[in-house]
Design a protein around this ligand. Structure first.
Ligand code: PEP
Length: 251
């Protein structure tokens, strides 16, 4: 079992405004997570347009910032895309790639997600690679096959650099639904992801595996105490400072 620090990342999705963000950040700063959640590395991923504001507001705090997506390209005629060097310029540390909402609403393929992970690494950002099955896939006993396929594309594309990513297991049926995978269900998938990573790198034990899907203050402790769960990717609860701080403290 790994003894790494937990990683707790907030995905704000397409929420917020300058006023809302300022209040949320104020709440997080007052929570003093460096002192009250010493076992957690914490990051928030606002919509890209707020990255500069949020990075400025969090400067000097223990909370890192990231984006919810990244272009696989470095620059050029890619209307609407945001490239790694731009993200990096605002002091971001992380880039989420392959969130299920992007896979389903933007038709992102396993290979595109892998290319985005590669782009993130090449620009000094840590990719948080999301994988997860739909309810239909779980009911058809396809969970391990689906997440295994999604992860394998990233392993094949990154080679040895797979050791530098974060992986987030987010069952699609648990995202924003209030349904959480049981700690045992989540642990079983995390163990299979860890075993797959171990075939690709001797450093698999050091790769943070986050669970995401309706994590709340009242279920975080049990989820985070599973041997292969190294933290969480938090959606809805990341929009409430008290809840997000409580989840960080659960680590
Ligand atoms: C997410 O979208 O990454 C997520 C886990 O959302 P929620 O916590 O709201 O289920």
């Amino acid at each position: 079992m790994s003894v790494m620090k937990k990683l707790v990342v907030g995905n704000w999705k397409m929420h917020g405004s300058r006023a809302f963000n300022a209040e949320l950040i104020q709440g997080l700063l007052v929570a003093d997570l460096a002192t009250t959640a010493p076992n957690a590395d914490v990051a928030v991923c606002p919509p890209c347009v707020f990255l500069a504001d949020v990075a400025d507001a969090l400067q000097g705090s223990a909370i890192a910032v990231g984006t919810q997506d990244i272009s696989a390209q470095t620059q050029g005629a890619y209307t609407g895309e945001v490239a790694g060097p731009m993200i990096r310029e605002f002091g971001a540390t992380y880039a989420i790639v392959g969130h299920s909402e992007r896979r389903s609403y933007h038709a992102e393929s396993d290979q595109l997600v892998a290319d985005k992970a590669k782009a993130a690494l090449s620009h000094g950002l840590v990719p948080i690679v999301c994988v997860g099955e739909t309810l239909a896939e779980r009911e058809a006993n396809q969970t391990e096959a689906v997440v295994g396929r999604q992860l394998q594309a990233v392993i094949d594309t990154l080679g040895d650099d797979i050791a530098r990513v974060v992986v987030a297991y987010e069952p699609v049926w648990a995202i924003g639904t209030g349904k959480t995978a049981s700690p045992a269900q989540a642990q079983a998938v995390h163990a299979s992801l860890r075993a797959q990573l171990a075939k690709a790198t001797p450093k698999a034990a050091d790769i943070p595996l986050l669970y995401g899907g309706s994590v709340k203050p009242d279920n975080a402790v049990e989820l985070f105490s599973q041997p292969d769960i190294n933290g969480g990717l938090i959606g809805g609860a990341a929009l409430k400072a008290a809840d997000f701080a409580a989840i960080a403290r659960a680590a």
